[in-house]
Design a protein around this ligand. Structure first.
Ligand code: BGC
Length: 815
């Protein structure tokens, strides 16, 4: 039977999930259901009822480095290789759609999920994501990149409205998705929880139909984040194909009701059901049972791939000092006697918390790996700090004694962020690592022994002891084989080649959005416009710890001979050392002078160049549709100004030894900026006035005051200000309980956090049909202090909802 011939109820049923992870198929039309599963750096195939927060058990799978770490490789081919392995595992574990990569722009270093995202720059994010998507899909498994779009904070994640000007939206927050969609053709995409300029992503026609499908040519299926849909009817009209997880039959009822009332066309339902059917068809495979596990040889093979990825991602941030006062100690010389310090050397931290958390097939730690490696001798280990605790002087003293011992030539100290700092559902509150660890590093350095710091963190941290240590190796969250990769980098078997895919500020206050991030109310106003990351620091002239694109190597490279023509640039790179290595060549574009407002320079291309000892290579980076364009908000189209551009080339945004100019023939003359933009013109976003913001946004933007009347979109956390005793108590008790659990276990309570960040409307999406939209309105009454009226309607609604759901279930069964 053809899809269109099914009843409206049957077709509507396909537009929401059948369980936590399964879609609803239709037997009469021969459409199978498909299985979705997290996630971005390892398959989290859950059995049982499942949850979307990484809490329940899942089948063992390879935990690869997280996106924020993979991005430091600047190597899309490496991401593709990792994607191939991920797709293979998904297939072998019976997963049709893999929910990743995460590719939101890192707007602020404190976002709790930054470890899951690639970069502050859309070129890096887009091209790395494209690599991963291609790799995954080469297995016949769909990749579902996320979270589309402008999802930059975890606080109020289901109830936040990202207010961003259209040009910044297009050029910064959407261009990465555009590059990925055009290059890799994903079969699915996941919408974000938040609203964008007042409309939920999953029901945003501008985003889903005008931009994604019509402009970029996306031909896949749009899936909501888990519980991220709002009105099922609005989603269908806007281009949202599938609501996940299962909202029971509540959405089916709403869709059928709307068709009957004439407010929704059956034709729209047909299109969306067609999109769901297409994904089922594209990803269908047989022969894997629900309980099947990955074969041992595949697991071993993939552990090695995870190591290979990690080896290419660690970033050498310091090796001796440029004034020669501190000698480089890396790679560790043969025979070096090493004291290993730090809890994370013994119990590795290699991934973040939340829905991306993988049940790894294997685990390593640096202490064992260093003991195993030929060439160095591990003379002792000390814990150094309490992983989740405060100061512990005894641990520091023991570590110092080991460091100072005659038998120690070099100290390798592993420090960084713990499990509670980097998690879905929770933004970090500081850019510092725990004080006890900072004290430890300072005390170790004071012994006079060379200290090599191995830094574990998915995001930038402040480094108050940076000048005192001999070397700093940033390994990010390096996956289950990260420790052996690190041991090989420290001892020189691997030459580090990672470069930072985000800027490391000196201190948090330097971050452009530090004054208004995360937004605590309904509206998250992106006041800084395009001046995010290096776009800000380079334009406003703010010094940083490490610039975007920075990374050292055991080799030295020379860049020379830059030429350009209308197709692209060519230059030469030589490896001046006796060992093979790799550099990340970056192309930035500046100008045209007198043209539209822009950051001082923007990355428009890059290439990872692998060079043998003393090898020279000629490198070409082509110009493409993204190189010279800007988004012109008045006609609402992309334009290219005719004028001269400066092209800068080097190995970080601040080390650009080569430059040339290129005349560009565009489709418009120079567009001088509106002088009312004032501070924006110099990137001084911390000083912008309301008038200047109005000029950027094209309308007035005012941060809303405290919520006084609660709606279905105000999260439970906001009820702490409710007039109603019950609502207020619920919010306070939950918040206290979460804080206690975190204190006690060292891990955030993701369930409670999810509930706190959840608005009432999501109750009807996350309870498998137990609560419908009428009952949500009853909850809203309670939130506003009408406790008894609300409770009454809730109970009456409960019985009405059960009967209505039964009727739909019966209708579907009788088909
Ligand atoms: C996360 C998604 C994830 C989904 C399913 C949501 O809470 O935001 O990234 O894919 O859960 O686990």
């Amino acid at each position: 039977m053809k899809l269109e011939e099914l009843s409206v109820t049957e077709k509507a049923a396909m537009l929401s999930g059948g369980s936590e992870w399964d879609s609803r198929g239709n037997e009469r039309a021969g459409i199978p259901s498909f299985v979705m599963s997290d996630g971005p750096h390892g398959v989290r195939r859950q059995l049982g009822a499942g949850d979307h927060l990484g809490i329940g058990a899942s089948k063992p799978a390879t935990c690869f480095p997280t996106a924020g770490t993979v991005a430091n490789s600047w190597d899309p081919a490496l991401a593709e290789k990792m994607g191939e392995a991920l797709g293979r595992e998904a297939h072998d574990l019976g997963v049709n759609v893999l929910l990743g990569p995460g590719m939101n722009i890192k707007r602020n270093p404190l976002c709790g999920r930054n470890f899951e995202y690639y970069s502050e720059d859309p070129q890096v994010a887009g091209r790395m994501a494209a690599g991963l998507v291609k790799g995954i899909q080469s297995n016949g498994v769909a990749s579902c990149p996320k979270h589309f779009a402008v999802n930059s904070q975890e606080l109020r994640r289901q109830a936040s409205n990202s207010v961003v000007d259209e040009r910044t939206l297009r050029e910064l927050y959407l261009t990465g998705f555009e590059i990925m969609v055009r290059e890799a053709r994903p079969w699915a995409i996941m919408t974000s929880y938040n609203q964008i300029n007042g409309t939920y992503a999953h029901e945003n026609k501008h985003l889903l139909t005008e931009i994604l499908r019509q402009e970029w040519g996306f031909d896949g299926t749009v899936i909501s984040d888990w519980g991220g849909s709002d009105s099922a009817v609005a989603a269908v009209k806007a281009g949202g194909s599938l609501e996940m997880p299962s909202p029971g039959y509540t959405s089916v009822r709403e869709l059928v009701g709307a068709v009957q009332a004439g407010t929704l066309a059956e034709a729209d339902i047909n299109v969306r059901a067609g999109e769901v059917a297409k994904l089922a068809e594209r990803t269908h495979f047989e022969g894997v049972g629900r309980d099947d596990l990955m074969a041992d040889d595949v697991a071993k093979d993939h552990h090695n791939i995870a190591r290979h990825v990690a080896e290419n991602t660690s970033v050498l941030l310091k090796n001796g000092s440029s004034d020669g006062k501190i000698a480089p100690v890396l790679p560790l010389k043969a025979g070096t006697r090493v004291a290993v310090v730090g809890d994370m050397a013994e119990t590795a931290r290699y991934q973040g918390s939340g829905s991306s958390k993988v049940n790894a097939t294997d685990e390593e730690n640096l202490l064992d790996q260093l003991k195993k490696i030929d060439g160095v001798e591990v003379t002792g280990y000390q814990q150094g700090y309490e992983r989740h605790g405060g100061k512990n002087n005894v641990l520091v003293e023991d570590a110092v004694a080991l460091a100072a011992a005659d038998t120690t030539d070099v100290v390798v100290a592993v420090v960084g962020l713990d499990e509670r700092s980097e998690s879905e559902g929770l933004d970090r509150s500081t850019m510092a690592i725990p004080e006890g660890q900072n004290d430890l590093v300072k005390a170790l350095a004071a012994t006079g022994k060379p200290v090599v710091v191995v830094l574990v963190a998915g995001s930038p941290v402040e480094l108050p002891w940076f000048d005192d240590v001999s070397a700093l190796l940033y390994i990010g969250l390096s996956g289950q084989a990260g420790a052996s990769a690190t041991a090989r980098v420290l001892t020189g078997a691997v030459n580090p080649s990672g470069h930072l895919a985000e800027t490391w500020p000196l201190k948090y206050e330097d971050v452009p959005s530090s004054g208004w991030y995360p937004a605590i109310g309904r509206d998250a106003i992106y006041r800084e416009g395009p001046f995010v990351g290096y776009r800000y620091y380079e334009t406003a002239g703010v010094p940083v710890r490490f610039p975007f694109g920075y990374g050292l190597s055991y080799s030295e490279f020379t860049y020379y001979g830059l030429t350009s023509d209308e197709k692209g640039i060519t230059f030469t790179v030589t490896n001046d050392s006796d060992i093979a290595g790799a550099t990340v060549a970056q192309m930035y574009v500046r100008g045209p002078v007198g043209g539209a407002m822009r950051p001082d320079r923007e990355l428009k291309g890059f290439k990872k160049v692998f060079l043998g000892a003393h090898e020279t290579k000629t490198v070409t980076i082509p110009f493409d549709r993204y190189t010279f364009r800007h988004y012109d908000v008045v006609p609402g189209t992309w334009k290219t100004e005719t004028g001269e551009r400066e092209i800068l080339v080097g190995d970080s945004v601040e080390n650009l030894p080569l430059s040339t100019t290129q005349m560009v023939q565009g489709d418009i003359d120079l567009c001088p900026p509106n002088p009312v933009l004032g501070h924006y013109l110099k990137g001084q976003v911390k000083d912008v006035t309301d008038n200047e913001m109005t000029a950027l946004f094209g309308h007035g933007v005012i941060a809303p005051g405290k919520t006084v009347v609660f709606g279905e979109n105000d999260p439970i956390s906001s009820w702490k200000d409710s007039r109603g005793f019950v609502a207020r108590t619920v919010a306070k008790v939950l918040a206290n309980k979460e804080a206690k659990v975190r204190q006690k276990t060292g891990q955030p309570d993701l369930n409670i956090l999810f509930i706190l960040n959840m608005p009432p409307r999501a109750m009807c999406k996350m309870t498998q049909g137990m609560i419908d939209s009428a009952m949500v309105q009853a909850v809203v009454k309670i939130a506003n202090g009408h406790t008894f009226r609300g409770a009454g309607s809730f109970i009456a609604g409960y019985f009405r909802n059960i009967s209505a759901n039964k009727r739909v279930a019966k209708e579907l069964e009788n088909k």
